[in-house]
Every structure is written in C-alpha cells, then in structure tokens.
Design a protein around this ligand. Structure first.
Ligand code: NG1
Ligand code: ZN
Length: 527
C-alpha cells in the first residue's frame, strides 16, 4: 500500500532513540529536544489523520512551556482550537512508541482503518513554535510526517501557544484568522469593555520569561494603541536572558521571589509574569520588605476577579435574562481560601478536576459561563454557544449584553491565554477603579508549600478523587491522613507529575511554618 510505504520510508530519517519511551502526559509529549525528532514526525502523521478525519484544519504548537530551554514538546490542536480530544491520546502513544519503521507504518494503517479515514484527501495542519532554538528543526520533522498522508502544512513560525489555538479555531469557524486578526479582535473588544472608564494610574511591568510573549505583547500593545486604548507597559526579560531562567510565571509561583530584573521596580507596582509559551499568567507586586519577595495574584485570584466581573455584568442584564449559570473550575492546587471565597461570597459553584487544562476545560462546558484557572495561572473563561446567541439578541437593548460579548472576545475561547488574560484583568480592575490593594483584600491566601520528590517510579503512585487521595501504594494515604491530622486546618496531597519525572507534594495550613512542616513530612512518606 502506498501510504504504508511512504510512512515506512520517510520514517527512516526519524529514528526513535533507543530506550526513549515517549508518553502523552498532562499537555502532550515533552522531553529533551534532541530526543524528539521521531515523536514530532509521528505527531505530524497523527494530526494529518485528525485533519482528514474531521475534514477541518488541525494544528501543533512546538513548545515545552515553562520547562527549561533545552527541552521541547508538543501541544496538539483540535479543529475547535481545544487540545487534542482525549480519545486520540492512545493513538498518539501508539505512534510515538512504535519501535521500527515497519511497526509504525502498520500502526498508522490500523489508525486509518479504525477511524474510517480516507487514505488521502485535502487536509491542512498549521504549525507554530516558541523561541526554543530546536523549534524550527522539530517543525520540519513534524511537517514531513504531515506530508506522508498527502496533507498540507502551513508553517506559521513563531507564535504563542494560545495564538495558534485561536487561529485554528477561527479558521475553522470561517472567521478572520491571521495573527494580525488576533491582535485587532482582542484590542477592539478590550476597547468596548473599558470605554468610559479611566486608565489605571500606573504602568504594568511585564515579565516576558525571555520568550515569545515579548514580541507578541509588543504587537498587541500596538493594536491597543490603534484602538484608542493604549496600555502603559514596561516589558522586562524580553529575550536577553535564558528562557524561563530565574523569571516567568512558574519561577514566580514556585519561588515567590521577584524575577530577574525586577529589583528596581517599586514596591506596590502592578506587575505580571507569563511562561515560555505565554499560556500562563500571574500578577504580582514587589513587597516592601527586603529580600526580594513578591506578593502573588495567582490563577485562583484571577478566577475570582473574572467571576466578579461576570456577576456584575450578568446582574445588569434585563431581569428575564439573568438566569446564567456561572461555574468555577479548580484543581486540588487551588488555595482553600479562594475556594471558600467563591462559594461563600460570590455564590458560584466550584467543581474540582484532576490537574491539566484538558480536564478543567471540559468541565467548564457544564455551565453557561465556565471560569477555569489552575493556581499556576493557566486558564480562561468559556461562554456557551447558547448564551452567546442570547446575548447577540440582547446586545442592542442591553449594554451589559454588549459588554459580555466583548468579554467573550477578549478572553480566548480556545485555550488559556496569558495575553488575553492580561486584558481581562486590566479591564476588570479599570471597570472597578481598583488597584492591587482592593484585589488583594478579597481574601487572604492560606499559607501553602509545593515540593518535588524524585522517586524510582512515579507511576507507582495512583490517585483518585480528582487527585486529592492516593489509591496506591496501599498505606500511603493513611500515613498522609495521619500527618495532616497533626496540623490544625492542614490539607495535603501527592500526585505524580504528568510533565516531569517527579512526584509533587502540596500542603496548606494556618501558618507558613506549619505548611512547610506538613509538606516535608508528606514528602518523607513518598520517598
Ligand atoms: P504536572 O507536571 O502534571 O503537575 C504541570 C502543572 C499543570 C499544567 C501542566 C502543563 C502544576 C502543579 N502542574 O503539570 O497545572 O499546567 O504542567 O503545563 O502546576
Ligand atoms: Zn505554558
């Protein structure tokens, strides 16, 4: 068969490194870039098959997000702009782990047969990468895979992960989908959302993690100025240093220290940080005290601010249109104080899912508006199609409906997007006339601690109940329970990471010392 032959012969250039067993994790495949050529080639075949199956455009972002610069990885994009549907993750693993060219070709044929995919036909896959040096080469390997199935590739070059997701989504909707359309759509909607409000007094200091956010935020800023709502911005860590090195949202969240080059930023200043592919966002401010520590406004707090803005707007809709369900989706990493605030003060329902935006995103669809953010700043706000249609009908008579529609454009509907998240936060603060003080005063975070533990086999730990409890090995959960019981208002859980070869430990308590102590005690149990 000609496809089988084409796959087997092209595959010769992309040998699976001996001993490398790629596994589709929390967000896709990730590893040291040198190992990934065969994985990329095979993902190319997979996404071409997905495009042939759906008769729509699919995509890939080549990135390892917040991980170190020598790493790389894939984020695979559905026609909807969402992450690859979970049913296809097993195909991804099948192809990525095939040991020989012939075996790969066989597995490809099995996939095509199982999914009833016509052997050839018009299909298009869009490819983007972040600033990692290995990006262009890995994109070429991916493209070779796509061409094996006779599909076409569009090389989009350097983009943020959420931009590529947005472009795939928009293109399949028949909407304007170019990178420049992304900037003008966001800027125009932001302008509609903040019309009639005063600009925030201070500039925003942004940590670009030495990655792709730097040029893309600059382009967005140009579009904002053109829309008549300039954003006063200081971009830092724009690429002169190491990607995610001593900077970026992950560093900030884990270390709670000021990122590199923020030492001169005045205490109290409004700052934000993104990660290497710009799908995570944290706000922060330098604390007055010495030691270079930062006060964080994490994903939980962004979720609360978003929910407040939504509730405000919904309460201004015509009475008959106010029955809109708003749900907040979190993971076990959400700070207990945030969850309590959402339930008791905002009156929204809270759903908890396992880690990984694919789970949160899915749960967000259970509501008219689903707000999901992981504590690390990865998330977005999803509007249901039904609600959007209702708002369209109301937008002439109701300013709130018009503004909710603008909000649905500002906030990337495909995936979490740091750049669009910045506009969401800025708009919410502007509309309330709030500074960081008022935002911080919503609730006080419970002290918490996250640790990583290296173990022989992290897969030996199996969790249940949205990762809040350990099912295996036997006895571990009872031991964790005992450690937690010894700490007033303590909470702790462990889970194997889906992106790193470690077990993660989380603990929360009334004081920082108690949280640190609990995390250390639980880490010892995992060893
Ligand atoms: P893992 O390594 O599975 O914990 C991490 C983050 C996730 C998600 C993914 C993808 C934490 C605790 N985990 O997953 O939330 O963002 O990376 O980037 O922050
Ligand atoms: Zn990321």
């Amino acid at each position: 068969h000609s496809i089988e032959q084409a796959v087997a012969s092209s595959s010769r250039a992309y040998v699976l490194p001996p001993g490398f067993r790629p596994s589709y994790g929390t967000a896709g495949f990730r590893a040291v870039a040198d190992l990934l050529h065969s994985t990329m080639f095979r993902c190319g075949i997979l996404m071409a098959a997905r495009a042939l199956k759906t008769q729509q455009v699919t995509g890939i972002c080549i990135t390892a997000s917040h991980n170190p610069a020598p790493d790389n990885g894939v984020k695979l994009v559905e026609p909807s702009g969402e992450m690859l549907c979970q049913d296809w993750e097993s195909y991804a693993n099948d192809l990525a782990t095939a040991q020989t060219d012939a075996e790969l070709a066989k597995r490809v044929m099995a996939l095509l047969a199982a999914e009833g995919i016509p052997a050839t036909g018009p299909a298009l896959v869009m490819v983007a990468h972040d600033t990692r040096p290995s990006g262009p080469e890995l994109a070429a390997a991916f493209a070779d895979g796509v061409r094996c199935l006779g599909a076409q590739v569009q090389m989009c070059g350097l983009l943020t992960t959420p931009q590529l997701h947005w472009m795939v989504m928009s293109r399949n909707l028949g909407a304007p989908w170019a990178e420049s359309d992304y900037y003008s759509a966001l800027a125009g909607a932001y302008q509609r959302l903040v019309a009639g409000t005063q600009p925030l007094g201070q500039p925003l200091y942004m940590d670009c993690a030495n990655g792709v956010a730097a040029p893309k935020m600059a382009a967005l800023a140009t579009a904002l100025a053109a829309a008549g709502t300039p954003l006063a911005l200081h971009l830092l860590n724009t690429g002169e240093g190491v990607l995610n090195g001593g900077c970026g949202s992950d560093f900030l969240q884990k270390d709670r220290q000021l990122p590199s080059n923020f030492q001169g930023v005045p205490p109290g200043a409004r700052c934000c940080a993104v990660d290497g592919d710009s799908d995570r966002l944290m706000y922060f401010t330098p604390l007055q005290e010495a030691g270079g520590r930062a006060l964080l406004f994490d994903g939980d707090r962004i979720a609360c601010l978003s929910a407040m803005l939504l509730k405000d707007l919904i309460s201004q809709l015509p009475p008959a249109a106010q029955d809109v369900s708003v749900g907040i989706i979190q993971t076990a990493y959400a700070n207990g104080a945030a969850s309590r605030y959402i339930r008791d003060n905002l009156g929204c329902s809270v759903e908890v899912t396992p880690t990984g935006v694919k789970y949160l995103h899915e749960a967000a669809h259970h509501f008219d508006v689903g707000v999901y953010f992981e504590a690390n700043g990865h998330g977005t706000v999803l509007f249901s199609k039904t609600l959007l249609a209702r708002l369209e009908q109301l937008k002439e008579e109701s300013r709130a409906a018009f503004e909710l529609l603008a909000l649905a454009v500002v906030i990337n509907q495909a995936v979490g997007d740091a750049l669009s998240g910045i506009l969401l936060v800025e708009a919410a603060l502007r509309r309330k006339g709030w500074g960081l003080d008022q935002w911080a005063a919503l609730y006080t975070d419970l002290p918490s601690r996250q640790l990583k533990v290296t173990v022989a086999d992290r897969a030996a730990i199996v969790t249940t109940d949205a990762e809040t409890r350990v099912a295996q090995p036997a006895g571990l959960q009872a031991a964790i329970d005992a450690a937690v019981a010894a700490v007033p208002n303590g909470r702790s859980f462990v889970r194997p990471s889906g992106t790193e070869d470690v077990v993660r430990v989380y603990a929360e308590a009334e004081t920082q010392d108690a949280a640190d102590g609990l995390a250390a005690a639980v880490a010892r149990l995992v060893h």
